[in-house]
Write a protein that binds this ligand. Sequence first.
Ligand code: ZN
Length: 115
Amino acid sequence: MIDNRIILRVGCVDCGHFFDADLSALYRARGGEFSLIGQTCTCRLTICRGTGYFVAARSMNEPLSTLTRSGDDPLKLGGLNATDLEPPSPPDPSGGRHGSISRFVHHIATQASAA
Ligand SMILES: [Zn+2]
């Protein structure tokens, strides 16, 4: 069963970007027995293609945890929550410039790179 309230992101250890992860797409692709714990995927930034780790939290304001088997923190989250990863303000619909995109959350459909 998928709990759609769970916050799921992918963080890249190489470029530091975080992306939304589509839990429903992962379920369709991998089935209900597939576990994200210990899984990695490839960063979606064309110029990066680094290693992404799945991170999750129960809500936007609770600390994210990296889903590793060892409990390591390869992304050095240090108590970050999903709200911390959002842009400081919504993009300007008029096309004006807005703040740094270094932590902007991009929407992607991830594919776990199961061994
Ligand atoms: Zn990357």
